[in-house]
Write a protein that binds this ligand. Structure first.
Ligand SMILES: NC(=O)c1ccc[n+]([C@@H]2O[C@H](COP(=O)([O-])OP(=O)(O)OC[C@H]3O[C@@H](n4cnc5c(N)ncnc54)[C@H](OP(=O)(O)O)[C@@H]3O)[C@@H](O)[C@H]2O)c1
Length: 249
């Protein structure tokens, strides 16, 4: 798939990584639907930046944990852009954290809703449109969803991101060859969420990688660009973690 004139919906486009992906797609000539939940200002800023480059973009609101809202976001994208060629599921949140013996059913549900169901609902709503165009789905997992890399304290988030990995491989078999389905599993990507953390914790994260530094949002956008344009890769998890999981081995 070529990005020039491609119609792509990015869920969580108002967030740090989502905004970087939207900018990258806009710069490549794609028409971008920038989805947000609460950060309307962030989404509109991304839209303005893409329009400033001479591109086409719009912002769309919706709680994608809700099936009907996901349907509305996808159908608004299709009617505004004239179809759908790519879906990037970026929406997610590190919610439902805490010690295992203190986690409530609501904590688990919150983590699953924000990270798994947002992606499931968006993909299900997008499927008929992507089938028409031979489109792409790119999910966003996390290194926390891989093998032994789940983290105590955010185990519901880790489990939801692990579920996305299984969903990626299974859905790739189910929807191929019309739709190619892949996922990115980012490591530590610098966002303002890390600013609030103690320096010692941040250092612990970067020391645990081969690169020894955070990844920039624009750097991880490379992965999404590749998985939206590949003609041959499907059912794969692109681990972009600066060597974090390598050092766990
Ligand atoms: N940063 C990292 O180091 C890292 C590492 C591994 C994986 N990830 C994953 O990468 C993705 C982006 O992370 P980020 O660091 O860019 O975080 P972020 O800045 O907090 O962005 C998260 C995005 O998800 C949206 N969102 C959250 N819950 C939602 C819901 N129920 N329905 C619809 N949208 C929802 C937010 O919308 P609003 O802001 O508009 O409310 C925001 O656009 C997430 O899936 C995250 O788990 C990040």
């Amino acid at each position: 798939m070529k990005l020039e004139s491609a119609r792509v919906l990015v869920t969580g486009g108002s967030g740090a990584i989502g905004a970087a992906v939207c900018r990258r797609l806009g710069a490549a000539g794609a028409m971008v639907a920038v989805h947000y939940l609460q950060n309307e200002e962030g989404a509109n800023q991304v839209v303005q930046e893409i329009e400033g480059m001479g591109g086409t973009a719009l912002s769309l609101v919706g709680d994608l944990a809700d099936r009907d809202a996901a349907e509305q976001v996808v159908s608004a994208t299709v009617s505004e852009l004239g179809g759908l060629d790519g879906l990037v599921c970026m929406a997610g949140a590190t919610v439902g954290g805490g010690p295992f013996d203190e986690l409530s059913a609501d904590d688990w549900r919150a983590a699953m809703d924000a990270n798994l169901m947002t992606a499931v609902n968006a993909a299900q709503a997008a499927q008929p449109h992507l089938e028409q165009t031979g489109g792409r789905i790119v999910f966003t997992s996390s290194v926390r969803g891989l093998g032994l890399a789940g983290r105590e304290g955010i185990m519901a988030y880790s489990a939801a991101k692990a579920a996305l990995i299984n969903l990626t491989t299974t859905l790739a078999k189910d929807l191929g060859p019309e739709i190619l389905v892949n996922a990115v599993a980012p490591g530590f990507v610098w966002t303002k969420n890390y600013e609030a953390m103690p320096e010692q914790l941040r250092k612990g994260f970067t020391d645990s990688t081969v690169l020894g530094r955070f990844i920039e949002p624009d750097e991880i956008a490379d992965c999404y660009e590749f998985l939206l344009t590949t003609e041959i890769v499907t059912g794969q998890i692109l681990v972009a973690d600066g060597g974090f999981t390598l050092k766990l081995a």
